[in-house]
Design a protein. Structure first.
Length: 198
């Protein structure tokens, strides 16, 4: 197994974690939240980090919890992480003009803002597929914890994404995110999810 780990070892790309950057879990990570996960960092400071797992869809929909959205198209909920797992969060590309209070994460993505404004936007008949993504909980790291995990090879930090963060879904998104990093990570894609079963 140690020899196998060396074959798949992260080749560091010297990109530091930061707001708007992507974390890609290495193929050995077995944590139920983070196995084959792609995480968008929405905050990274000396005090800690916060992000959302982009590709772990649940069977829940937002509509179930808000009567005024009951007859609207289904709004799926993703598993954002283990912290505050009973709270709903959202990211979007609608901007701070349409959604007051939204925080800019990168060129196209915003975090949070007025949920009432978002509900009004939906009720006006605006399509939101590929524009808004909802999460239960978030992924959080205490001071210097994420830096340690990157140094311990749990995560690879990336500037790139599939440019479809708001549509990211499933293990295929993890694979696609790896493929964008180049041939040196190709072996990750073929590493079995449960090697002891092979």
């Amino acid at each position: 197994m140690a020899q196998e780990r060396n074959i798949f070892k992260i080749k560091h790309n010297d990109i530091d974690p930061g707001k708007g950057r992507i974390l890609i879990s290495e193929p050995f990570l077995r944590d139920s939240y983070f196995q084959r996960a792609v995480v968008l960092l929405v905050e990274h400071t000396s005090e800690g980090s916060m992000g959302f797992v982009l590709n772990k869809r649940t069977d829940l929909i937002v509509n179930t919890f808000f009567a005024e959205l009951k007859n609207m198209p289904d709004l799926p909920i993703y598993l954002g992480g283990p912290v505050s797992s009973h709270h709903l969060f959202f990211i979007h590309s609608l901007g701070a003009v349409l959604i007051p209070g939204a925080v800019n994460i990168n060129e196209n993505i915003y975090f949070g803002g007025s949920f009432d404004a978002l509900k009004r936007y939906i009720h006006q008949g605006n399509a939101i597929e590929g524009k808004v993504k909802f999460f239960l909980g978030y992924s959080g790291w205490s001071e210097a914890q994420l830096i340690r995990e990157v140094q311990e090879d749990s995560w690879l930090v990336s500037n790139s994404s599939n440019n479809d963060i708001l549509l990211a879904d499933g293990e295929s998104y993890w694979r696609n995110s790896i493929e964008l990093l180049g041939d040196q990570y190709k072996s990750w894609v073929n590493y079995p999810k449960n090697p002891e079963l092979n």
